[in-house]
Design a protein around this ligand. Structure first.
Ligand code: NAP
Length: 525
């Protein structure tokens, strides 16, 4: 595929109206061809208006047609796997093999959402049949299904240029829900974004959907993102990135004349707690294993286990030594962008200013934007005293916390803000302590992992990638897994309707063979 650098608005490729940019290869410090177009408020308006025009037809596509569309995107993504992986690698400095895996995984996510659409359970159909003789008041027939919200704006993430970007899980789940998508492509990987965008654009055309089902815009600075969030026809926003960016967009959306939901996924340190018997039995294994996982994507992952907490006692030294040995082996890797690299350097300095002691370091970086692997240590008392030490450092840096005892461990657990995940390492002898810790963790995280590591994230029906603020702005939802579709639907009840005017999922004969809650009982009839 020859990259054009154009914005993708409906079926059109739109050249620059507000300047251009080139991608940057952080591994060698060079700009890469071609030039990519920036647009402005006029392009946002055109994309969102088209998306709004597409809502009526697209949100009423039947399960077979919509699922076929999602399957086609999956096939087309796999067909461009090699060039997409190569371009993503060029634009991020991360290995091609990682992106080949990401393409396969992302295609798999589209296929899983195709299954969700065919099954139709997400419609959550409920039917309360008429009770004309009920006393003292008769009941009319009530039929509920979930419907699509309307145009959704997706802010692509910088750190997963495929699976959390243009064709990522946000786009897949919004399209599955029946919502047209306008993506704000991240400027860190414009070429990878265009390849994915054109794959979806082609699929829209081949299936014969309204062209407004998908558009991709890009711009310089905050204006384009602000114009998207402000547009009166946008019905929901998803965002993955920094807490500052996410909250700026969240507040902006709440100040619109018509506020809309903004689902931000922002920051998490994913604390790992090692209880005493597990520490004594497996200290070295846990310390070394955690560091290996934390280095995935050069530590630029929302699920990085950034803080490792253990009691000073049997096994602690082994855990510490193994963690140091693993960090010293971890080669410096190119960070995604110079900005993310510079922010790492600043935040590492912040840790040292906060009293953290550097106890292990990987080889010194050879290139300008490589991030060195670092291991810091603090006491439980220090961690409790300084909230800055409990903040995410988006990088290959890890903090080891030496705790005085279970009381301090529980106090520290209570001090954490909302998290995407927390991990517990425990043996049978630890279970009483684990129970105390679990009730604290359940209130603070969306996922609790037992005797394992939180990476990789499974994309399935039981996945949760969410959690209380500031992990996300809405802890009731997940952004990964089949449940992610629920962010983009809302209930509508049809009351006292004749059968032929009802949507197919609600009709008496159940023509789609859905599982439905009929008078409180699950039924497929
Ligand atoms: P970011 O700065 O939050 O930007 C994410 C996207 O939102 C970009 O497209 C950006 O547009 C846009 N944006 C941000 N603030 C905006 C605002 N006020 N108004 C309008 N648009 C806005 O995140 P990033 O560029 O990916 O990386 C920066 C930092 O974010 C990292 O160092 C890391 O700390 C954090 N991060 C965390 C995660 C995670 O999973 N926890 C993932 C990625 C990044 P422009 O680029 O055009 O400004």
């Amino acid at each position: 595929m020859t990259l054009t650098g154009n914005l993708l608005i409906g079926r059109a490729g739109v050249p620059a109206t507000a300047g251009t940019m080139k991608a940057f290869n952080p591994a060698v410090g060079e700009l890469i061809e071609p030039e990519f177009a920036f647009g402005g408020a006029a392009e946002v308006d055109r994309a969102v208006r088209l998306a709004d025009e597409a809502v009526d037809s697209y949100s009423h596509t039947g399960p077979a047609e919509r699922a076929a569309f999602l399957d086609l995107i999956a096939d087309k993504l796999e067909a461009v796997k090699d060039e997409l992986a190569a371009r993503a690698s060029l634009e991020t400095g991360l290995p091609i093999a990682q992106f080949e895996g990401e393409v396969v995984r992302t295609a798999g996510v589209f296929r899983k959402f195709a299954t969700v659409v065919r099954q139709g359970r997400f419609l959550q159909v409920a039917i309360d049949t008429a009770q004309p003789d009920r006393q003292p008041t008769p009941r009319m027939d009530h039929r509920l299904q979930k419907v699509a919200l309307g145009p959704v704006v997706v802010f692509g993430a910088s750190n997963f240029p495929i699976s959390y970007s243009v064709a990522g899980g946000d786009t897949a789940s919004a399209l599955a829900a029946g919502c047209p998508v306008v993506i704000k492509a991240h400027n860190a990987h414009p070429g990878a974004s265009e390849i994915q965008g054109r794959v979806i654009q082609e699929a829209v055309a081949e299936v014969g959907l309204h062209e407004g089902v998908f558009s991709l815009v890009r711009g310089a600075g905050n204006e384009i993102g602000e114009a998207l969030v402000d547009h009166p026809l946008v019905r929901a926003v998803t965002f993955t990135g920094s807490e500052g960016g996410g909250m700026a967009l969240y507040h902006r959306a709440q100040q619109r004349p018509e506020p809309i939901p903004v689902f931000t996924e922002m920051t998490s340190v994913n604390p790992t707690f090692v209880l005493p018997a597990a520490l004594a039995a497996r200290g070295a294994e846990i310390g070394g294993g955690l560091v290996q996982r934390a280095m995935y994507n050069a530590g630029q992952a929302c699920l990085k286990p950034a803080i490792l907490l253990a009691l000073d006692g049997p096994g602690f030294q082994e855990l510490r030594d193994a963690a140091i040995a693993e960090v010293e082996k971890a080669a410096a890797r190119t960070m995604l962008t110079p900005g993310i690299h510079d922010s790492y350097v600043r935040n590492a300095q912040r840790m040292e200013n906060g009293g953290a002691t550097l106890i292990g370091a990987g080889p010194v970086p050879a290139r300008a934007w490589d991030g060195q692997s670092l291991l810091y240590e603090v006491t439980g008392e220090q961690l409790l005293a300084d909230p800055v030490l409990r903040k995410e450092v988006f990088s290959p840096a890890i903090l080891l916390v030496r705790l005085t005892g279970m009381d301090q461990l529980l106090e520290v657990a209570r001090a954490f803000r909302g998290q995407l995940s927390a991990t517990l390492h425990a043996e049978a002898a630890d279970h009483a302590a684990a129970e105390q810790l679990l009730s604290i963790l359940e209130r603070r995280t969306g996922r609790i992992v037992f005797n394992a590591f939180s990476i990789p994230q499974e994309v399935s029906y039981a996945s949760t990638h969410g959690g209380p603020f500031p992990a996300t702005s809405d802890s009731r939802f997940t952004s990964v897994g089949m449940g992610a579709i629920e962010r983009f639907i809302r209930p509508v009840t049809y009351q006292n309707f004749p059968d032929d005017l009802l949507p197919q999922p609600l009709r008496e004969a159940n023509p789609l063979h859905l599982w439905r809650l009929v008078d409180g009982e699950l039924s497929q009839h």
